[in-house]
Design a protein around this ligand. Structure first.
Ligand code: 5GP
Ligand code: SF4
Ligand code: MG
Length: 485
Protein backbone atom coordinates (compact mmCIF):
# COMPACT_ATOMS: atom_id res chain seq x y z
CA UNK A 1 0.00 0.00 0.00
CA UNK A 2 1.57 3.24 -1.09
CA UNK A 3 -0.70 5.49 0.95
CA UNK A 4 -3.86 7.52 0.62
CA UNK A 5 -4.48 10.69 -1.30
CA UNK A 6 -7.23 13.22 -1.46
CA UNK A 7 -9.05 13.77 -4.68
CA UNK A 8 -10.02 17.28 -5.61
CA UNK A 9 -13.61 16.63 -4.50
CA UNK A 10 -12.33 15.82 -1.00
CA UNK A 11 -12.73 12.04 -1.12
CA UNK A 12 -9.99 10.00 0.44
CA UNK A 13 -8.68 7.48 -1.99
CA UNK A 14 -6.28 4.66 -1.41
CA UNK A 15 -3.82 3.46 -3.94
CA UNK A 16 -4.39 -0.17 -4.76
CA UNK A 17 -1.25 -0.84 -6.71
CA UNK A 18 1.82 1.27 -6.86
CA UNK A 19 2.04 2.71 -10.31
CA UNK A 20 5.81 2.71 -10.50
CA UNK A 21 5.72 2.74 -14.23
CA UNK A 22 7.83 4.55 -16.76
CA UNK A 23 7.97 8.33 -16.75
CA UNK A 24 6.63 9.48 -20.04
CA UNK A 25 6.85 13.27 -20.05
CA UNK A 26 7.97 13.08 -23.65
CA UNK A 27 7.47 15.24 -26.69
CA UNK A 28 5.46 14.44 -29.82
CA UNK A 29 4.83 16.07 -33.15
CA UNK A 30 3.05 15.33 -36.40
CA UNK A 31 3.13 17.03 -39.79
CA UNK A 32 0.84 16.57 -42.79
CA UNK A 33 2.24 18.21 -45.93
CA UNK A 34 -0.13 19.98 -48.30
CA UNK A 35 1.83 18.90 -51.34
CA UNK A 36 2.82 15.31 -51.83
CA UNK A 37 6.27 16.63 -52.66
CA UNK A 38 6.78 18.11 -49.19
CA UNK A 39 9.90 16.70 -47.55
CA UNK A 40 8.72 16.05 -44.08
CA UNK A 41 11.64 14.17 -42.51
CA UNK A 42 13.80 17.27 -42.11
CA UNK A 43 10.90 19.22 -40.65
CA UNK A 44 10.25 16.43 -38.14
CA UNK A 45 13.94 16.31 -37.30
CA UNK A 46 14.19 20.05 -36.68
CA UNK A 47 10.90 20.00 -34.78
CA UNK A 48 12.24 17.26 -32.51
CA UNK A 49 15.29 19.42 -31.84
CA UNK A 50 12.93 22.05 -30.46
CA UNK A 51 11.37 19.41 -28.19
CA UNK A 52 14.67 17.85 -27.11
CA UNK A 53 14.33 19.25 -23.56
CA UNK A 54 11.24 17.03 -23.09
CA UNK A 55 13.21 13.81 -23.49
CA UNK A 56 16.83 12.89 -24.09
CA UNK A 57 16.72 9.10 -23.94
CA UNK A 58 15.44 8.30 -27.40
CA UNK A 59 14.02 9.75 -30.59
CA UNK A 60 12.13 8.47 -33.61
CA UNK A 61 10.38 9.51 -36.82
CA UNK A 62 7.90 7.70 -39.09
CA UNK A 63 7.18 9.11 -42.54
CA UNK A 64 4.65 8.24 -45.24
CA UNK A 65 5.27 8.87 -48.94
CA UNK A 66 1.89 7.84 -50.36
CA UNK A 67 2.87 4.20 -50.63
CA UNK A 68 5.10 3.19 -47.78
CA UNK A 69 5.73 4.13 -44.20
CA UNK A 70 9.31 4.26 -43.01
CA UNK A 71 10.54 4.26 -39.43
CA UNK A 72 13.85 5.32 -37.91
CA UNK A 73 14.34 5.43 -34.15
CA UNK A 74 17.07 4.93 -31.63
CA UNK A 75 18.47 5.61 -28.19
CA UNK A 76 20.03 8.98 -27.42
CA UNK A 77 19.64 12.60 -28.45
CA UNK A 78 18.03 13.70 -31.71
CA UNK A 79 21.40 14.31 -33.48
CA UNK A 80 22.70 10.95 -32.19
CA UNK A 81 19.82 9.08 -33.79
CA UNK A 82 19.53 10.93 -37.12
CA UNK A 83 22.06 11.78 -39.78
CA UNK A 84 21.90 12.93 -43.38
CA UNK A 85 21.72 9.36 -44.67
CA UNK A 86 18.87 8.02 -42.57
CA UNK A 87 16.91 11.27 -42.98
CA UNK A 88 17.27 10.95 -46.75
CA UNK A 89 15.76 7.49 -46.53
CA UNK A 90 12.77 8.79 -44.60
CA UNK A 91 10.90 9.85 -47.72
CA UNK A 92 7.45 11.27 -47.46
CA UNK A 93 5.12 14.22 -47.13
CA UNK A 94 3.60 13.24 -43.77
CA UNK A 95 5.24 12.13 -40.58
CA UNK A 96 5.21 11.87 -36.81
CA UNK A 97 8.07 12.14 -34.34
CA UNK A 98 8.83 11.54 -30.71
CA UNK A 99 11.49 12.31 -28.10
CA UNK A 100 11.54 10.08 -25.08
CA UNK A 101 12.19 10.63 -21.40
CA UNK A 102 12.78 7.40 -19.53
CA UNK A 103 14.36 5.92 -16.47
CA UNK A 104 17.82 4.35 -16.90
CA UNK A 105 16.43 0.84 -16.82
CA UNK A 106 14.02 1.43 -19.70
CA UNK A 107 16.40 3.02 -22.16
CA UNK A 108 16.28 0.08 -24.53
CA UNK A 109 15.46 0.82 -28.15
CA UNK A 110 12.40 -1.50 -28.13
CA UNK A 111 10.55 1.02 -26.02
CA UNK A 112 11.39 4.04 -28.15
CA UNK A 113 8.61 5.50 -30.22
CA UNK A 114 6.90 5.82 -32.69
CA UNK A 115 5.55 2.30 -33.23
CA UNK A 116 4.71 1.17 -36.73
CA UNK A 117 2.33 -1.72 -37.50
CA UNK A 118 0.09 -3.07 -40.24
CA UNK A 119 -3.63 -3.34 -39.55
CA UNK A 120 -6.94 -3.65 -41.35
CA UNK A 121 -6.79 0.15 -41.61
CA UNK A 122 -3.49 -0.14 -43.49
CA UNK A 123 -0.15 0.96 -42.09
CA UNK A 124 -0.48 2.76 -38.78
CA UNK A 125 2.11 4.52 -36.66
CA UNK A 126 1.63 6.04 -33.22
CA UNK A 127 3.57 8.06 -30.70
CA UNK A 128 2.38 9.37 -27.42
CA UNK A 129 3.46 11.50 -24.51
CA UNK A 130 1.79 10.31 -21.39
CA UNK A 131 0.89 7.53 -19.13
CA UNK A 132 -2.26 5.45 -19.16
CA UNK A 133 -3.60 4.85 -15.68
CA UNK A 134 -5.51 1.78 -16.84
CA UNK A 135 -2.65 0.53 -19.03
CA UNK A 136 -2.15 -2.72 -17.10
CA UNK A 137 -5.85 -3.59 -17.23
CA UNK A 138 -6.01 -2.94 -20.95
CA UNK A 139 -2.83 -4.92 -21.48
CA UNK A 140 -4.25 -7.91 -19.59
CA UNK A 141 -7.46 -7.77 -21.63
CA UNK A 142 -5.55 -7.71 -24.90
CA UNK A 143 -3.24 -10.53 -23.84
CA UNK A 144 -6.07 -12.78 -22.72
CA UNK A 145 -7.77 -12.17 -26.07
CA UNK A 146 -4.66 -13.56 -27.79
CA UNK A 147 -2.89 -10.33 -28.72
CA UNK A 148 0.88 -10.52 -28.72
CA UNK A 149 2.72 -7.47 -27.44
CA UNK A 150 6.39 -6.78 -27.94
CA UNK A 151 6.85 -3.98 -25.42
CA UNK A 152 5.37 -2.34 -22.35
CA UNK A 153 4.69 0.82 -24.28
CA UNK A 154 1.29 2.48 -24.12
CA UNK A 155 1.64 3.36 -27.80
CA UNK A 156 1.76 -0.29 -28.80
CA UNK A 157 -1.29 -0.85 -26.65
CA UNK A 158 -3.13 2.02 -28.29
CA UNK A 159 -2.33 0.71 -31.78
CA UNK A 160 -3.77 -2.68 -30.84
CA UNK A 161 -6.92 -1.11 -29.40
CA UNK A 162 -7.38 0.88 -32.60
CA UNK A 163 -6.76 -2.18 -34.80
CA UNK A 164 -9.22 -4.31 -32.83
CA UNK A 165 -11.94 -1.68 -32.44
CA UNK A 166 -14.20 -3.21 -35.08
CA UNK A 167 -15.13 0.27 -36.32
CA UNK A 168 -15.52 0.90 -40.01
CA UNK A 169 -13.52 4.12 -40.22
CA UNK A 170 -10.18 4.94 -38.67
CA UNK A 171 -11.41 8.15 -36.97
CA UNK A 172 -14.18 6.12 -35.33
CA UNK A 173 -11.65 3.48 -34.28
CA UNK A 174 -9.40 6.09 -32.70
CA UNK A 175 -12.36 7.81 -31.02
CA UNK A 176 -13.45 4.45 -29.58
CA UNK A 177 -9.93 3.83 -28.32
CA UNK A 178 -9.89 7.22 -26.61
CA UNK A 179 -13.03 6.11 -24.73
CA UNK A 180 -11.13 3.10 -23.42
CA UNK A 181 -7.90 4.72 -22.31
CA UNK A 182 -7.71 6.74 -19.13
CA UNK A 183 -4.89 9.02 -18.18
CA UNK A 184 -2.84 11.95 -19.30
CA UNK A 185 -1.59 11.97 -22.87
CA UNK A 186 -0.92 13.73 -26.12
CA UNK A 187 -1.23 11.23 -28.95
CA UNK A 188 -0.39 11.29 -32.66
CA UNK A 189 -1.45 8.54 -35.07
CA UNK A 190 -0.32 8.47 -38.70
CA UNK A 191 -2.27 6.50 -41.30
CA UNK A 192 -2.13 6.37 -45.08
CA UNK A 193 -4.95 8.92 -45.36
CA UNK A 194 -4.62 11.19 -42.37
CA UNK A 195 -2.83 12.25 -39.25
CA UNK A 196 -4.87 12.06 -36.05
CA UNK A 197 -3.94 13.99 -32.92
CA UNK A 198 -5.61 13.77 -29.53
CA UNK A 199 -5.21 15.44 -26.17
CA UNK A 200 -6.45 13.88 -22.93
CA UNK A 201 -9.85 15.06 -21.65
CA UNK A 202 -8.22 16.97 -18.76
CA UNK A 203 -5.75 18.73 -20.98
CA UNK A 204 -2.99 17.61 -18.62
CA UNK A 205 -0.47 17.29 -21.45
CA UNK A 206 0.06 20.21 -23.78
CA UNK A 207 -0.49 20.00 -27.55
CA UNK A 208 -0.63 22.80 -30.11
CA UNK A 209 -1.85 23.04 -33.69
CA UNK A 210 0.02 25.08 -36.26
CA UNK A 211 0.19 26.03 -39.91
CA UNK A 212 3.38 25.67 -41.94
CA UNK A 213 4.10 26.78 -45.50
CA UNK A 214 4.25 23.08 -46.27
CA UNK A 215 1.08 22.02 -44.44
CA UNK A 216 -0.24 21.60 -40.93
CA UNK A 217 1.37 20.32 -37.78
CA UNK A 218 0.76 19.48 -34.15
CA UNK A 219 3.45 19.52 -31.46
CA UNK A 220 3.70 19.16 -27.71
CA UNK A 221 4.95 22.72 -27.51
CA UNK A 222 4.37 25.79 -29.60
CA UNK A 223 8.13 26.45 -29.78
CA UNK A 224 8.43 23.55 -32.27
CA UNK A 225 5.87 25.19 -34.57
CA UNK A 226 7.58 28.57 -34.30
CA UNK A 227 11.02 27.03 -34.90
CA UNK A 228 9.79 25.59 -38.21
CA UNK A 229 8.66 29.05 -39.29
CA UNK A 230 5.03 28.13 -38.69
CA UNK A 231 2.15 29.96 -37.14
CA UNK A 232 0.36 28.63 -34.08
CA UNK A 233 -3.35 28.31 -34.86
CA UNK A 234 -4.38 27.35 -31.34
CA UNK A 235 -3.86 24.75 -28.63
CA UNK A 236 -5.65 21.45 -29.09
CA UNK A 237 -8.59 21.41 -26.68
CA UNK A 238 -8.79 18.91 -23.83
CA UNK A 239 -10.53 15.80 -25.17
CA UNK A 240 -10.26 16.95 -28.78
CA UNK A 241 -9.50 14.56 -31.63
CA UNK A 242 -8.11 16.43 -34.63
CA UNK A 243 -7.67 15.16 -38.15
CA UNK A 244 -5.05 16.62 -40.49
CA UNK A 245 -5.22 15.55 -44.13
CA UNK A 246 -5.21 16.82 -47.70
CA UNK A 247 -8.25 18.95 -46.89
CA UNK A 248 -6.51 20.78 -44.01
CA UNK A 249 -7.53 20.14 -40.43
CA UNK A 250 -10.82 19.48 -38.68
CA UNK A 251 -12.16 18.40 -35.32
CA UNK A 252 -13.57 14.92 -35.25
CA UNK A 253 -14.65 14.79 -31.65
CA UNK A 254 -14.58 16.97 -28.60
CA UNK A 255 -15.11 15.33 -25.25
CA UNK A 256 -13.52 17.16 -22.36
CA UNK A 257 -13.67 15.98 -18.76
CA UNK A 258 -15.71 17.69 -16.04
CA UNK A 259 -12.67 19.82 -15.23
CA UNK A 260 -9.39 20.72 -16.85
CA UNK A 261 -6.15 19.76 -15.16
CA UNK A 262 -3.19 21.22 -17.02
CA UNK A 263 0.07 20.05 -15.43
CA UNK A 264 1.31 23.09 -13.52
CA UNK A 265 4.87 21.72 -13.67
CA UNK A 266 4.84 22.58 -17.38
CA UNK A 267 4.99 26.21 -16.34
CA UNK A 268 7.38 25.60 -13.47
CA UNK A 269 9.94 23.50 -15.32
CA UNK A 270 9.07 21.25 -18.29
CA UNK A 271 8.12 23.67 -21.04
CA UNK A 272 10.71 25.62 -22.97
CA UNK A 273 10.51 29.29 -21.99
CA UNK A 274 9.51 30.35 -25.51
CA UNK A 275 6.43 28.09 -25.51
CA UNK A 276 2.89 29.12 -24.66
CA UNK A 277 0.81 26.66 -22.68
CA UNK A 278 -2.77 27.29 -21.61
CA UNK A 279 -2.44 30.61 -23.42
CA UNK A 280 0.44 31.73 -21.18
CA UNK A 281 4.08 32.16 -22.11
CA UNK A 282 6.26 29.96 -19.92
CA UNK A 283 9.06 32.52 -19.53
CA UNK A 284 6.71 35.28 -18.41
CA UNK A 285 4.94 32.90 -16.01
CA UNK A 286 8.31 31.98 -14.48
CA UNK A 287 9.20 35.62 -14.03
CA UNK A 288 5.81 36.20 -12.41
CA UNK A 289 6.44 33.27 -10.04
CA UNK A 290 9.71 34.96 -9.03
CA UNK A 291 7.90 38.24 -8.37
CA UNK A 292 5.27 36.50 -6.24
CA UNK A 293 8.01 34.72 -4.33
CA UNK A 294 9.77 38.01 -3.52
CA UNK A 295 6.47 39.45 -2.30
CA UNK A 296 5.65 36.44 -0.12
CA UNK A 297 9.02 35.65 1.45
CA UNK A 298 11.41 37.77 3.51
CA UNK A 299 14.38 38.96 1.44
CA UNK A 300 17.68 39.78 3.14
CA UNK A 301 20.21 39.61 0.36
CA UNK A 302 22.68 41.71 -1.61
CA UNK A 303 22.40 39.88 -4.87
CA UNK A 304 20.01 37.51 -6.68
CA UNK A 305 21.20 34.62 -8.81
CA UNK A 306 19.33 31.86 -10.65
CA UNK A 307 20.31 28.21 -10.53
CA UNK A 308 21.43 27.48 -14.08
CA UNK A 309 19.44 27.36 -16.23
CA UNK A 310 15.98 26.69 -14.94
CA UNK A 311 16.22 29.19 -12.06
CA UNK A 312 17.16 32.18 -14.22
CA UNK A 313 13.66 33.27 -15.30
CA UNK A 314 12.14 33.19 -11.79
CA UNK A 315 15.32 34.85 -10.43
CA UNK A 316 14.85 37.75 -12.86
CA UNK A 317 11.30 38.32 -11.61
CA UNK A 318 12.45 37.90 -8.03
CA UNK A 319 15.23 40.51 -8.38
CA UNK A 320 12.85 42.91 -10.11
CA UNK A 321 10.26 42.72 -7.31
CA UNK A 322 12.86 42.75 -4.52
CA UNK A 323 14.69 45.71 -6.05
CA UNK A 324 17.99 43.79 -5.96
CA UNK A 325 20.61 43.28 -8.66
CA UNK A 326 20.34 40.11 -10.70
CA UNK A 327 23.72 38.56 -11.46
CA UNK A 328 25.08 35.49 -13.15
CA UNK A 329 26.63 33.76 -10.16
CA UNK A 330 27.47 30.37 -11.64
CA UNK A 331 28.50 29.31 -15.11
CA UNK A 332 27.27 26.04 -16.52
CA UNK A 333 29.56 24.38 -19.03
CA UNK A 334 27.22 23.08 -21.72
CA UNK A 335 29.80 20.88 -23.40
CA UNK A 336 30.58 18.44 -20.61
CA UNK A 337 29.54 14.87 -21.14
CA UNK A 338 30.73 12.09 -18.88
CA UNK A 339 33.70 12.99 -16.71
CA UNK A 340 35.04 9.45 -16.07
CA UNK A 341 36.13 10.36 -12.54
CA UNK A 342 36.77 7.95 -9.75
CA UNK A 343 34.05 8.13 -7.12
CA UNK A 344 36.19 9.80 -4.45
CA UNK A 345 34.97 12.90 -2.65
CA UNK A 346 37.66 15.08 -4.25
CA UNK A 347 36.92 13.75 -7.73
CA UNK A 348 33.20 14.28 -7.23
CA UNK A 349 33.80 17.86 -6.21
CA UNK A 350 35.95 18.40 -9.28
CA UNK A 351 33.30 16.85 -11.52
CA UNK A 352 30.74 19.32 -10.17
CA UNK A 353 33.14 22.23 -10.75
CA UNK A 354 33.79 21.21 -14.33
CA UNK A 355 30.08 21.37 -15.03
CA UNK A 356 29.28 24.32 -12.78
CA UNK A 357 31.73 27.01 -11.74
CA UNK A 358 31.02 30.02 -9.50
CA UNK A 359 31.78 33.62 -10.48
CA UNK A 360 33.71 34.40 -7.31
CA UNK A 361 33.71 38.19 -7.78
CA UNK A 362 29.91 38.22 -7.81
CA UNK A 363 29.56 36.05 -4.72
CA UNK A 364 32.46 36.77 -2.37
CA UNK A 365 31.36 38.29 0.92
CA UNK A 366 27.76 38.65 -0.31
CA UNK A 367 24.42 37.58 1.05
CA UNK A 368 23.16 35.58 -1.92
CA UNK A 369 19.53 34.82 -2.78
CA UNK A 370 19.53 31.82 -5.09
CA UNK A 371 16.35 30.92 -6.99
CA UNK A 372 15.61 27.51 -8.49
CA UNK A 373 12.48 26.11 -10.10
CA UNK A 374 12.02 23.05 -7.89
CA UNK A 375 13.60 20.69 -5.41
CA UNK A 376 13.03 17.03 -6.16
CA UNK A 377 15.70 14.86 -4.55
CA UNK A 378 17.55 17.81 -3.06
CA UNK A 379 20.97 16.92 -4.44
CA UNK A 380 21.14 19.75 -6.99
CA UNK A 381 20.47 22.51 -4.49
CA UNK A 382 22.77 20.91 -1.90
CA UNK A 383 25.67 20.90 -4.38
CA UNK A 384 24.92 24.40 -5.57
CA UNK A 385 24.84 25.83 -2.05
CA UNK A 386 28.18 24.17 -1.20
CA UNK A 387 29.61 25.68 -4.36
CA UNK A 388 28.39 29.17 -3.44
CA UNK A 389 29.81 28.92 0.07
CA UNK A 390 33.15 27.67 -1.29
CA UNK A 391 33.17 30.78 -3.49
CA UNK A 392 32.93 32.98 -0.41
CA UNK A 393 29.19 33.71 -0.20
CA UNK A 394 28.57 35.02 3.32
CA UNK A 395 24.97 33.77 3.46
CA UNK A 396 22.95 31.65 1.05
CA UNK A 397 19.17 31.98 1.01
CA UNK A 398 17.32 29.51 -1.18
CA UNK A 399 14.06 30.45 -2.92
CA UNK A 400 12.06 27.81 -4.75
CA UNK A 401 9.70 28.73 -7.59
CA UNK A 402 7.28 25.88 -6.85
CA UNK A 403 5.57 24.77 -3.63
CA UNK A 404 7.14 21.85 -1.71
CA UNK A 405 6.99 18.83 -4.00
CA UNK A 406 5.71 16.19 -1.59
CA UNK A 407 3.34 13.91 -3.48
CA UNK A 408 4.13 11.52 -6.32
CA UNK A 409 2.97 12.19 -9.86
CA UNK A 410 0.94 9.27 -11.16
CA UNK A 411 0.53 10.79 -14.59
CA UNK A 412 4.01 9.99 -15.81
CA UNK A 413 5.39 13.54 -15.65
CA UNK A 414 7.55 13.30 -12.57
CA UNK A 415 9.03 10.54 -10.40
CA UNK A 416 6.13 8.49 -9.04
CA UNK A 417 7.88 7.21 -5.96
CA UNK A 418 7.25 9.32 -2.89
CA UNK A 419 10.44 8.08 -1.22
CA UNK A 420 12.46 9.96 -3.86
CA UNK A 421 10.93 13.28 -2.84
CA UNK A 422 13.12 14.99 -0.29
CA UNK A 423 10.34 17.39 0.80
CA UNK A 424 8.02 14.50 1.61
CA UNK A 425 7.84 13.93 5.37
CA UNK A 426 10.34 16.71 6.21
CA UNK A 427 9.72 20.08 7.80
CA UNK A 428 10.96 23.25 6.15
CA UNK A 429 13.65 23.53 8.80
CA UNK A 430 14.87 19.98 8.23
CA UNK A 431 14.99 20.63 4.51
CA UNK A 432 16.90 23.87 4.98
CA UNK A 433 19.52 22.04 7.06
CA UNK A 434 19.70 19.15 4.62
CA UNK A 435 20.55 21.37 1.65
CA UNK A 436 22.75 23.59 3.84
CA UNK A 437 20.98 26.92 3.27
CA UNK A 438 20.75 29.80 5.77
CA UNK A 439 17.08 30.04 4.95
CA UNK A 440 14.66 28.27 2.61
CA UNK A 441 11.48 29.69 1.11
CA UNK A 442 8.94 28.16 -1.24
CA UNK A 443 6.23 29.90 -3.23
CA UNK A 444 2.74 29.21 -1.87
CA UNK A 445 0.19 27.31 -3.93
CA UNK A 446 -1.94 30.45 -4.22
CA UNK A 447 1.12 32.41 -5.34
CA UNK A 448 1.93 29.83 -8.00
CA UNK A 449 -1.66 29.82 -9.28
CA UNK A 450 -1.71 33.63 -9.40
CA UNK A 451 1.53 33.68 -11.36
CA UNK A 452 0.36 31.07 -13.86
CA UNK A 453 -2.84 33.07 -14.33
CA UNK A 454 -5.07 30.05 -14.91
CA UNK A 455 -7.85 29.29 -12.38
CA UNK A 456 -6.85 26.74 -9.79
CA UNK A 457 -9.68 24.36 -10.75
CA UNK A 458 -8.23 24.13 -14.26
CA UNK A 459 -4.75 23.09 -13.14
CA UNK A 460 -3.22 19.90 -11.81
CA UNK A 461 -1.30 20.72 -8.64
CA UNK A 462 -1.37 17.21 -7.24
CA UNK A 463 2.34 16.85 -6.53
CA UNK A 464 2.08 19.92 -4.29
CA UNK A 465 -1.37 19.37 -2.76
CA UNK A 466 -1.89 15.61 -2.85
CA UNK A 467 -5.29 16.25 -4.46
CA UNK A 468 -5.44 14.17 -7.61
CA UNK A 469 -7.82 15.49 -10.25
CA UNK A 470 -7.51 12.46 -12.55
CA UNK A 471 -8.36 9.24 -10.78
CA UNK A 472 -10.37 6.67 -12.70
CA UNK A 473 -12.63 4.38 -10.74
CA UNK A 474 -10.92 1.15 -11.70
CA UNK A 475 -7.57 2.45 -10.63
CA UNK A 476 -8.41 3.82 -7.23
CA UNK A 477 -10.19 2.15 -4.37
CA UNK A 478 -12.11 4.42 -2.09
CA UNK A 479 -11.94 4.05 1.64
CA UNK A 480 -13.84 6.22 4.03
CA UNK A 481 -12.85 7.55 7.37
CA UNK A 482 -9.25 6.39 7.57
CA UNK A 483 -6.17 8.58 7.43
CA UNK A 484 -3.60 7.06 5.16
CA UNK A 485 -1.19 9.89 4.71
P1 5GP B 1 17.10 17.55 -7.36
O1 5GP B 1 16.41 18.27 -6.25
O2 5GP B 1 16.35 16.31 -7.78
O3 5GP B 1 18.52 17.24 -7.08
O4 5GP B 1 17.14 18.50 -8.61
C1 5GP B 1 16.05 19.30 -8.96
C2 5GP B 1 16.44 20.18 -10.10
O5 5GP B 1 16.75 19.38 -11.24
C3 5GP B 1 15.34 21.14 -10.50
O6 5GP B 1 15.65 22.42 -10.07
C4 5GP B 1 15.33 21.11 -12.02
O7 5GP B 1 15.92 22.28 -12.55
C5 5GP B 1 16.18 19.93 -12.42
N1 5GP B 1 15.43 18.83 -13.04
C6 5GP B 1 15.95 17.96 -13.93
N2 5GP B 1 15.01 17.08 -14.33
C7 5GP B 1 13.87 17.37 -13.66
C8 5GP B 1 12.55 16.81 -13.66
O8 5GP B 1 12.23 15.88 -14.36
N3 5GP B 1 11.64 17.39 -12.82
C9 5GP B 1 11.95 18.47 -12.04
N4 5GP B 1 11.00 18.97 -11.25
N5 5GP B 1 13.16 19.02 -12.04
C10 5GP B 1 14.13 18.49 -12.82
FE1 SF4 C 1 2.12 17.76 -13.29
FE2 SF4 C 1 2.48 17.38 -10.68
FE3 SF4 C 1 0.07 16.97 -11.78
FE4 SF4 C 1 2.13 15.31 -12.28
S1 SF4 C 1 1.10 15.63 -10.30
S2 SF4 C 1 0.64 16.13 -13.76
S3 SF4 C 1 3.86 16.74 -12.33
S4 SF4 C 1 1.17 18.93 -11.62
MG1 MG D 1 16.76 23.72 -11.55
Amino acid sequence: MAGGYFMSDGRLIVLERHPDGPREACGVLGIWGKERSAEVAHLCYLGLYALQHRGQEGAGIVTFDGERMRLCKGVGLVPDVFDEDNLAELEGFAGIGHVRLAGKEERHVVNTQPFLVRSSYGSLAAAQNGRLLNGSELQEKLLSAGTVLQTDSDSELILNLIAQSGEESLPAAVAKTLELIEGAYALVVLSEDMLLAARDPWGNRPLSLGRLDEGYMVASESCAIANLGGEVIREVEPGELLILDQGGWRTYRQQGAARKALCSFEHVYFARPDSCIGGKNAYLVRKAIGRELAKEAPVNADVVIGAPDSGVAPALGFAEAAGLPFEIGVIKNRYVGRTFMRPTQAARRMAVRIKLNPVVDVLHGKRVAVVDDSIVRGTTSGKLITLLRDAGAREVHMYVASPPYRFPCFYGNEPSSQSELVASGRTLDELKDLIGADSLHYISIDGLVRAIGIPRDQLCLACFTGEYPIAPANYWREEDGKEHL
